[in-house]
Design a protein around this ligand. Structure first.
Ligand code: CA
Length: 467
């Protein structure tokens, strides 16, 4: 898979690592050296991008050639779900493989004044891969707590460059007669030295570009060993910004400019992986943390044929565009129409990386390698999916193709009706099925609640957001 040049380089590095007296003990040197043939992982996680906001997912005027190429060489997932329609819970689910409620992060997003975050005892993808010998880094928006012990470098990432919370938790709200207290810091840190603020209120037009450059710098430094790059863009969460090169270029307006700059970013990453001869050894996942923020009209995105968007449990809030690429392993041009969720990413990546990791405490995701292989007729291991509201209460259940809204009792067949227009709740032949779905929803939620673990609360600040 790996090109001959980098294979030789890997062998030389292995030999150097095993030489006595090279300054590192063999115990330290061995894990990464022996892991040299395992694939890298890149996750690009956009913020509030809708299901319909890519040309390969049907957008008529946003042009995303690099993402389209990634999909053509890999696979599109058309029933890919996030576990919450808002930022922080969704990110907690991606990184831990758990419903947000299981890890205590289901009660809406983390605000600058909040003292809580993802508990350090939780196991993240970064921790699993790092224990397996991977170099790990995050570049972009965190949003899982920003007090002492809660930042990315406390949760398995060797390094981080980015913002601790959303880009609207910033001085853009400060206007005459409105003294918004909180400021947005740009931070940098390493496991060894901790994180610090490097700028306050950074120029948001440059965020997409700066995260991309930092990720490329990390790839340049670590391409000879297995690595994991997590790139959670701040965009296209409002307020949206594009750099001068992209602003005013898309017929879709500024929102289109922003998406096209993200597409450029993916193209840059792919090009650099190819330059280092490691693209074919890289599992590359592109997706979004929740659906489009529709009240912002032209500054929000589109969920395509799906109903509604961010903050809701309609499909547009939680079903997001997703592309996964791993040349030679994931068949080119494939489409997975089975249910896959962000909670599946941790167990799947841990298995691909052959980490031998077994969760000590329960998780909700499944290993979906069989779906990634693209065999016809392969079924999703997710038989039941629960939809939780942005602030935590249970809203709906999907079982097979049917979705039952618990409060209203509405039922939709998502195989036929992705727009959730034709309520089937009065159909007598479904009465038993519907009753069983309600029971299953309550039982699974009760099981998650019974084993739920707490979020962390921390008094000590790393920075004063209201300074
Ligand atoms: Ca979001």
């Amino acid at each position: 898979m790996r090109s001959l040049g980098s294979k030789v380089l890997a062998m030389i590095l292995l030999a150097v690592a095993l030489l006595p007296g090279n300054g590192r003990s063999q115990v330290e040197a061995n894990p990464r050296a022996s892991a040299a043939r395992r694939p890298n992982f890149v996750i690009v996680f956009t913020d509030d991008q809708g299901y319909g906001d890519l040309s390969c997912f049907g957008h008529p005027t946003i042009h995303t050639p690099h993402l389209d190429a990634l999909a053509a060489g890999g696979m599109k997932l058309t029933q890919f779900y996030v576990a919450s329609p808002v930022c922080s819970p969704s990110r907690a689910a991606l990184l831990t493989g758990c419903y947000p409620k299981r890890v205590g992060m289901h009660r809406h997003v983390v605000f600058p004044q909040d003292d809580h975050g993802l508990h350090p005892d939780e196991t993240t993808i970064a921790e699993v891969l790092r224990a397996g010998g991977y170099a790990t880094a995050a570049f972009g928006k965190w949003h899982l707590g920003h007090r002492q012990g809660l930042l990315p470098t406390d949760q398995g990432f060797d390094e981080w460059f980015g913002v601790p919370y959303s880009n609207d938790m910033a001085q853009i709200h400060r206007k005459p007669g409105n003294k918004y207290r909180f400021r947005l810091p740009l931070m940098r840190g390493t496991t060894a030295e901790g994180c610090e603020v490097v700028e306050w209120e950074p120029d948001q037009r440059l965020l997409t570009r700066r995260y991309t450059e930092a990720a490329i710098d990390f790839i340049d430094r670590h391409h000879a060993e297995p690595f994991f790059v997590y790139l959670p863009h701040s965009m296209p969460h409002i307020p949206i910004y594009a750099s001068a090169e992209f602003e005013g270029t898309s017929p879709r307006g500024l929102y289109g400019d922003v998406i096209e700059e993200i597409d450029w970013s993916v193209g840059q990453l792919v090009a650099r992986l190819k330059e280092h001869g490691v693209f074919e050894d890289t599992v590359f996942l592109f997706t979004s943390d929740n659906g489009p923020w529709l009240p912002f009209k032209q500054n929000g995105g589109s969920a395509g044929p799906l109903r509604d968007g961010k903050g809701t449990n309609w499909e547009g809030g939680q079903r997001v565009p997703a592309i996964v690429s791993w040349p030679g392993r994931i068949p080119a041009g494939g489409v997975v129409r089975e249910v896959v969720t962000t909670m599946d990413v941790l167990p799947t990546f841990a298995a691909i990386a052959r980490t031998g990791w077994e969760p000590e405490r329960g998780i909700d995701g499944h290993d979906v390698r069989a779906l990634f292989r693209g065999r016809a007729g392969q079924k999703s291991p997710t038989d039941t999916f629960l939809y939780y509201q942005a602030k935590g209460p249970l809203a709906a259940i999907r079982k097979g193709d049917l979705k039952l809204w618990l409060e209203s009792g509405e039922v939709y067949d998502l195989a036929v009706d992705v727009s959730e227009q034709w309520d089937l709740s009065k159909r007598e032949d479904l009465a038993e099925t519907i009753a069983a779905m309600r029971e299953a929803a309550l039982a699974l939620d009760a099981a998650i609640t019974a084993h739920a673990r707490p979020e962390a609360h921390v008094a000590e600040l790393v920075f004063d957001p209201a300074r």
